[in-house]
Design a protein. Structure first.
Lengths: 293, 277
């Protein structure tokens, strides 16, 4: 067979599958978002309502606006937090030596751990009566002993972010360690000869060199933060009240508790659009002259 | 007062050591605690004690009525297994094509495939729920494998393309000038050297689909329920059964150790190689 045909033939199954698993459902969701379709009342869409679902979201539903704010708080906190945590880990572990490379093996574990399991078990660890996190924190910070971690809205959001950081920070640090170790040692040596302190050479040599990797890590993490669902469902259940109800979680509830398919699709679509806008802005900032190709 | 450089070196060394110890405790502690809880007798589960008589009672309990974790384990294995068996070969073919051939719109296509990863799963799962309801695929292995391919394929294509890109083309070209067909070249030259990469991609894909929660939560109900979804059934009327969650969790953790082994060999070594210049 000629390459001319083969190259398309090899690609065909993958492209068909991607179309069937993502592109087709995406279009379908787009159509449903213009419909009135309550599954509890009707097996088929009842009405074409055009932008009503979107109108309702932005002008007639405080819970949706709340979920928008919660999402932005979570994304900002967890993306920034996970990258900083990753940087911290990377600075600690980016050394040659057998001990260091064994320590680095541990870094994959949190990322490979099922987020569902992590959410459930962290919920237990935070229990004020028998949770291990609670016990450790209370002995370290006695003035926080009375706090019910998942019972107050501020702390619930904090723990949602910390849980996500635990999962992603170590993984991002693997990317950063690669970047750190590839900084030529003579550059650092030169800085030291010039009398730069460790602190100064971090800001003037290390950080600028690491910037591209940091930026990519941040973009990746932002995208995944927008998609996060498991921790909200299993750790906080969106609560207390609606204080940790992200857009993903709110769309899920509208779809599978209220069975309002049209409205749920509209919310999910707003989330997808938000993601497109944010990533477009990032890519524009990161690759100013279309280097992303 | 400034410390002498040597003393300062000592202090820094100790601080670094302490920081690393704390870090490892923070990362490994929760995993160890889940495991410990799973072998604790019920009387010690809700205490902090490290001294207890280990028991397998919790494991026995989860395999019996009404939890039947054995069936769920089989579902998880089958769904993740079939997802990998279908996803990885399909991805490999596409990755080879993306890596070796020139074609129009190749970059756009490749970027488009990757961009599907930006689509939030919640957008995709709503239409899938409605579609599967009509096709009678709700709560089946087939349905779950189908939707898991959406998580796995773009990632596998990207990873395998990166891998094939690093293999020199010269061998293939030499064989082709000797008259070998493209398919033979792929089978006899490319495939053998790609095996390690295929393996790593396979493990990643397995873990991704093994850990999936949202899709299984919505698209399964009774027959095809997977392990992560079982976890939420331990929030029962009579209270939360933490010891049973921990026992189930221990099963969920198993493939994680496989991945850490391979990633250490592949990823960590790869990450440090570039530095030895």
């Amino acid at each position: 067979m000629r390459d001319r045909h083969l190259k398309y033939l090899l690609m065909m199954p993958a492209l068909l599958l991607v179309t069937a698993t993502v592109i087709y459902p995406l279009g379908y969701a787009g159509i449903i978002s213009f419909m009135d379709w309550r599954l509890s009342r009707s097996r088929v869409p009842t009405d074409f309502v055009f932008l009503d679902n979107f109108w309702r979201a932005f002008f007639d539903d405080p819970s949706f606006l709340n979920s928008l704010g919660v999402t932005i708080t979570f994304v900002a906190g967890s993306a920034g937090g996970a990258v900083l945590f990753g940087l911290l880990i990377a600075l600690l572990l980016a050394r040659r030596g057998r001990g260091y490379s064994i320590a680095r093996t541990v870094l994959v574990l949190p990322f490979a751990m099922s987020p569902a399991l992590q959410g459930t078990s962290f919920r237990f660890f935070l229990n004020p009566e028998f949770g291990i996190f609670d016990a450790v924190l209370d002995s370290l910070f006695p003035f926080l002993a009375h706090v019910d971690w998942l019972g107050s809205s501020g702390w619930a959001m904090t723990w949602l972010i910390l849980t996500d950081m635990w999962h992603w920070g170590p993984f991002l640090s693997l990317m950063l360690i690669g970047g750190l170790l590839s900084i030529p040692s003579d550059t650092l040596e030169a800085a030291r000869v010039d009398g730069a302190s460790t602190w100064m050479s971090f800001w003037t040599v290390v950080l600028p060199q690491l910037m591209p990797v940091l930026a990519i890590a941040f973009v990746l993490k932002t995208i995944f933060s927008f998609k996060m669902f498991d921790y909200v469902y299993l750790l906080t259940g969106g609560g207390p009240g609606e204080s940790t109800s992200t857009m993903t979680y709110y769309a899920f509830r509208m779809g599978f508790s209220a069975y309002d398919m049209g409205y749920a699709s509209a919310i999910a679509f707003v989330l997808a659009l938000l993601l497109v806008v944010v990533s477009a802005v990032y890519f524009r900032l990161l690759f100013p002259r279309g280097e992303a190709g | 007062m400034a410390l002498s450089p040597r003393r300062r070196g000592h202090v820094l060394f100790c601080l670094r050591g302490i920081a690393i110890a704390v870090l490892l405790a923070v990362l490994l502690g929760p995993i160890a605690w889940i495991f410990l809880t799973s072998i604790k007798p019920l009387s010690d589960v809700y205490t902090m004690t490290l001294f207890f008589d280990p028991t397998l009672e919790n494991f026995r309990a989860i395999f019996e009525r009404p939890f039947y974790v054995g069936d769920r384990l089989l579902n998880s294995l089958a769904i993740s297994g079939f997802t990998v068996l279908i996803g990885v070969p399909v991805a490999l073919a596409a990755a080879y094509s993306f890596s070796r051939f020139a074609m129009r719109f190749k970059k756009t296509l490749f970027f488009g495939v990757l961009a599907t990863q930006f689509v939030p799963p919640i957008v995709v799962v709503l239409p899938f729920f409605l579609m599967f309801r009509q096709l009678h695929l709700l709560d089946t292995w087939t349905g779950m494998v189908w939707i898991n391919l959406s998580i796995v394929l773009p990632f596998a294509i990207w990873m395998l393309k990166g891998f094939i890109d690093t293999i020199p083309v010269e061998m293939e070209e030499a064989a082709m000038t000797d008259g070998a067909t493209r398919l033979r070249v792929i089978r006899d030259i490319v495939l053998p050297v790609t095996i390690p990469g295929v393996f790593v991609a396979g493990i990643f894909c397995f873990i991704f689909s093994w850990n999936d929660f949202l899709y299984a939560l919505i698209l399964t109900k009774k027959e095809a329920v997977t392990l992560p979804v079982v976890l939420s059934t331990f929030y029962t009327e009579e209270g939360d059964r933490w010891e049973l969650m921990a026992a189930t969790g221990t099963f969920i953790l198993l493939p994680m150790f496989a991945i850490s082994y391979f990633v250490q060999r592949h990823f960590v070594h790869g990450a440090t190689q570039g530095s030895d210049r």
